[in-house]
Design a binder for this molecule. Structure first.
Ligand code: PMT
Length: 408
């Protein structure tokens, strides 16, 4: 059942829009409330009146209507929903979502939301298999959008193949799965670190590394999708903040440690950040000048705090599970086993960061999960899949432990 759940249904312009009427009816039968945003092209296929009659709520279309904005701005539309459903999700709206456009009310709501989004694509088979749509879907999946369908079959354009929008009952089942089931981490708090740290040498120079933050962000999003309340502490990265979680931006290792401690008691901490081991021992207040004929200045280094080791220290506030990462360029597993022992974390995820692997900044990762059960070698897979697997393992483990609040 979907009792009390609030669905914001975005109806874009495709022939499958007629199925959205049935979708509204079925969602309301299951106890959900449905509010609709209708695009201009969607209104060529279904009328606002039909949507309004079935949803028993007003239909929002106009980005610039003073009435719409004063009564229900685009931020409020998303705030008031538990889930955004785009059905039908046409090639055009998927492209606009992937590009981050905000050129009408539907696109603006989708850009501004921090709620989960489910898209039910519907389009001609060649549009669905076109490289542009394939890339857009890939991008949106990486950002956490969930897809249902499209199904294979005969289409309104007299062609056959993948492109038919999923049936309303299938979409309802996907919505129920997203909102009610498979949230084993609901009520659990998670802390994830991601990205590099930047250690100032002077106001214009710094020490850092090649971490892009992709692996850490993917883990934070995967944990959030399983229902965890996630704080992501991120070093400087070029990625947009993932939706649906709290993001704290930091620069240095000292700031990262402070932000982790400020996050309070958590059930699980995953340290995927590539924290600089050293910082400048004496960062200069002004730019260090190059003096003609003088020898280059010596850089005196000082150790950074070890965030993973700090979080792993035994005590009442220690998370039930602390997961570290080990980035190695040689003796991967042996070094990672040693790191797990030295830092005192429960699990460590070992990955080879030699330049040839492309792990830093790349899309894929090959990891070994080391726990007290031994070493598990995972096949090479996209970082999102590493994240999903790890999040599922964490959920399995935490299912057997007390919540953070109880440990305080
Ligand atoms: O960001 P991407 O481009 O996606 O790349 C992902 C990644 C390679 C950065 C990631 O998968 C990874 O391996 N992260 C850990 C990088 C690292 O710093 O590893 P390490 O072996 O130097 O450190 C071991 C562990 O101690 C890590 O969990 C690290 O976060 C932690 N650490 C290290 C130093 C320090 N001063 N404080 C720490 O907490």
């Amino acid at each position: 059942m979907l009792n009390g759940k609030r669905i914001l249904l975005i109806v874009a312009g495709g022939i499958a829009a007629f199925k959205s009427l049935e979708l509204i009816r079925r969602l309301r039968e299951r106890g959900a409330s449905v509010r609709c945003v209708l695009t201009a092209s969607g209104a060529r296929f279904v009328t606002p009146l039909s949507l309004q009659a079935l949803s028993e709520d007003r239909v929002y279309s106009d980005m610039f209507s003073l009435t719409d904005e004063s009564e229900m701005g685009h931020i409020q539309l998303s705030r008031d929903a538990d889930l955004l459903v785009v059905a039908p999700a046409t090639a055009n709206i998927l492209a606009r979502m992937a590009a981050g456009l905000a050129d009408d009310l539907a696109a603006t709501v989708l850009l501004a939301t921090d709620k989960p989004v489910l898209a039910a694509p519907a389009m001609n088979v060649r549009m669905w298999t076109h490289a542009a749509t394939v890339a857009n879907v890939e991008t949106l999946k990486k950002r956490g959008v969930t897809f249902i369908g499209p199904n294979d079959g005969a289409m309104a354009c007299n062609e056959h193949g993948p492109g038919r929008m999923s049936e309303p009952e299938e979409i309802v089942a996907a919505i129920e799965a997203m909102l009610t089931q498979n949230r084993p981490l609901a009520g659990k708090r998670a802390l994830v670190t991601a990205g590099p740290t930047r250690e100032a040498i002077d106001p214009v120079r710094y020490i850092s590394n090649h971490s892009s933050g992709k692996q850490g962000q993917a883990i934070a999003s995967a944990l959030a999708r399983l229902g965890a309340d996630v704080t992501l502490v991120s070093g400087p990265v070029a990625l947009a903040d993932p939706p649906g979680l709290r993001v704290v931006h930091v620069e240095s290792a000292d700031q990262m440690l402070a932000a982790c401690l400020a996050a309070g008691a958590v059930d699980v901490a995953v340290c995927a950040a590539a924290v600089a081991d050293w910082k400048s021992g004496r960062p200069a207040a002004a730019k260090i000048k190059k003096k003609q004929g003088a020898a280059p200045p010596a850089l005196e280094l000082a150790p950074n705090p070890d965030i993973l080791a700090t979080l792993s220290k035994p005590g009442a506030k220690r998370p039930a599970l602390v997961v570290g990462f080990a980035a190695e360029t040689e003796n991967l597993v042996a070094n990672a086993l040693d790191k797990r022992k030295r830092k005192g974390c429960d699990w460590i995820v070992a990955n080879d960061v030699s330049p040839a692997t492309g792990t830093f900044g790349g899309e894929r990762n090959t990891v070994h999960l080391i726990s007290d059960k031994g070493v598990e070698d995972w096949p090479t897979m996209p970082k999102e899949e590493v994240a999903v697997r790890l999040a599922e393992r964490i959920a399995g483990h935490l299912g057997r432990t007390r919540p953070a609040a109880a440990a305080e």
